[in-house]
Design a protein around this ligand. Structure first.
Ligand SMILES: O=C(O)CCC(=O)C(=O)O
Ligand SMILES: [Fe+2]
Length: 315
């Protein structure tokens, strides 16, 4: 069993800088916000109507958003945790729920990916998750919100490049991910075991990969959200990212090869998975239109008894 190293570069920044232009006091009134929340917690059918009138987020800076209302008015609003939850719920109420369970066998997908793979690079598993497996993950995130069993945060990962402060909305699904997303989980551990074996072997076989599940995080980016350059060194041994949505612009996933070569942009479609060794630096570019949803899953080799995280950090 390897010793888990201290975190070196994986940065989860706590404080957000002030927005570029100071937002005016919140004119998205508490009454309106309360009404949105009530509507959002109602049934899916009725909440779909309320979502149509929710402001569109054009840009985010820290906890402030520049929004456009249905009548065309634009303004800065300061947002609190409940607002981010409402945003997440609004997206999840509309997220594609596709019943198509067709996907290729993970072994075949891994074989193809390893043919194209070069040492020191990430591995891309095309369409590893079927539309139904992707839908399972969206449904799990909604269940996490409705059931209140996972932590939901607005957080920053990585270092800002230029003036853009990286931010993502983050829901930790670890507690129930494996049982609520059986298709997604089976595709992931099979795909990852195959990749690991054929590249930088860190886990000895399927059972070791299954036992090394550390956490699964559902991530939402919109209105300029991004993730700066960072790695997961010391936090895990291997991680993967699944793209869960398609209707957005910007939001490219890039990584820096371990041989010191220049950054590589990866084109991803919903259901595609990028697998990286945890020391590999990566980032997500700013999302300029629509919503990018993804799932980050980390694998380590610390067994349950040696896991010293608090319940909050786990879930
Ligand atoms: O959303 C992604 O594609 C990557 C997210 C990421 O790197 C992280 O949350 O650590
Ligand atoms: Fe990351």
């Amino acid at each position: 069993m390897l010793q888990l190293q201290q975190t070196r570069r994986y940065s989860v920044l706590a404080a957000a800088p002030p927005p570029i232009a100071a937002p005016p006091p919140n004119t998205w009134s508490p009454e309106q916000r309360a009404a949105d929340l009530v509507a959002a917690t109602a049934s899916r059918a009725t909440s779909a109507a309320s979502v149509a009138t929710a402001p569109v987020v054009l840009l985010t800076q820290g906890d402030a958003s520049f929004v456009e209302h249905a009548d065309g008015r634009k303004e800065w609003v300061q947002r609190a945790e409940d607002d981010w939850r409402a945003t997440l719920r609004g997206y999840l109420n509309k997220a594609a729920m596709d019943d198509d369970d067709a996907s290729e066998d993970p072994t075949t997908i891994v074989k193809q990916a390893l043919k194209d793979w070069r040492e020191g690079h990430a591995v891309v598993l095309r369409r590893l998750l079927s539309p139904k497996a992707v839908a399972e993950v969206h449904a799990c995130a909604r269940d996490c919100l409705d059931g209140g069993w996972g932590t939901i945060r607005r957080r920053s990962v990585g270092l800002p490049d230029g003036s853009v402060f990286p931010q993502q909305t983050h829901a930790r699904l670890s507690k129930h991910f494996r049982e609520r997303c059986p298709r997604a989980w089976a595709a992931l551990w099979r795909g990852i075991a195959g990749v690991d074996w054929g590249t930088w072997p860190r886990f000895s076989g399927d059972a070791a990969v299954r036992g090394a599940f550390k956490q699964a995080d559902y991530l939402l980016y919109q209105g300029g959200d991004s993730v700066g350059w960072h790695d997961h060194y010391g936090e895990s041994l291997l991680f993967c990212v699944v793209l869960l949505s398609g209707d957005f612009e910007g939001g490219d996933f890039s990584y820096k090869p371990l041989d010191g070569g220049g950054a590589v942009d990866v084109e991803l479609a919903a259901g595609d998975v990028v697998v990286c060794p945890s020391e590999m630096e990566h980032r997500v570019g700013a999302v300029s239109r629509g919503t990018r949803a993804s799932l980050n899953v980390d694998f380590w080799d610390v067994d349950a008894a040696a896991d010293r995280r608090s319940a909050f950090d786990r879930y």
